[in-house]
Design a protein. Sequence first.
Length: 177
Amino acid sequence: MRKPCREKMTEMTKGAWSIEEDKKLIDYIQKHGEGCWNSLPKAAGLRRCGKSCRLRWINYLRPDLKRGSFGEDEEDLIIRLHTLLGNRWSLIAGRLPGRTDNEIKNYWNSHLKKKLLNMSTLHPNKPREINRPPNNKLGKDFNDMDDEVSSADYAGIGVSSCLGPELNLDLTLSIIS
DNA sequence: AACGAGGTCAACCGCGCTTAC
DNA sequence: GGTAAGCGCGGTTGACCTCGT
C-alpha cells in the first residue's frame, strides 16, 4: 500500500503557510511552471509535501483567482450545477472562472445548504424526477446520488426547469467528451 | 470588557483514478 | 496484467474571527 506523504517526510512543516513559503512557491512556479508537484518542494527549497504545495497554489496563490464574496449569478450557477452534478466540486469550479473547488465547497456548506434548506421549508413539495447525464467519465456512479438529498429537493424545483438549455447541452457535451 | 456560540476558511487526510514501468 | 507512485478530489478538521449577551 502507498505511504501517505506525512510518513515518508516526517520533517515536513504543517499548518499555516508563512509569507516566505508563499514567496518561494510563487517564485518557483513562475520560473518553472506547475510541473511535478512531488519534486517541487525539494526543488523550491520548501519543507512541505507536494500535495500541500499544490493545494496552496491552487486555492490561494494562483494569480487568476477571484477573491471575495460570491455574486448572485455565481450563487445561482452553483446551485444549478450542484443539482446536476452533486458534490463534484472540481467540476462545478470548472464552470466558475477564478473560483476553486475548496472555495465553492466551503461556500456551499456554510451558506447555500442552509439557504436551500430554508427554501424547502417554504416549498415542501418535492419533485422526484431528475434528469441525469449519462453515467460515464465521472468518478462516482450517478446512482449513488440517490443516497444524497439533492439541492433540487431542497429547493422544491426540478432540474429540467432550473437548467437553461445552453448549460444543459454544454454540460452533457463536456461529460461525454 | 469578557466570554461563549456560531460561522468562516485554509489546510490536512485518505481514497480512488491514472500513469509509468 | 500487476504493482508502485503520482495526482486530484471530496470530506473533515481546527484555528481564527465575529457577533450576541
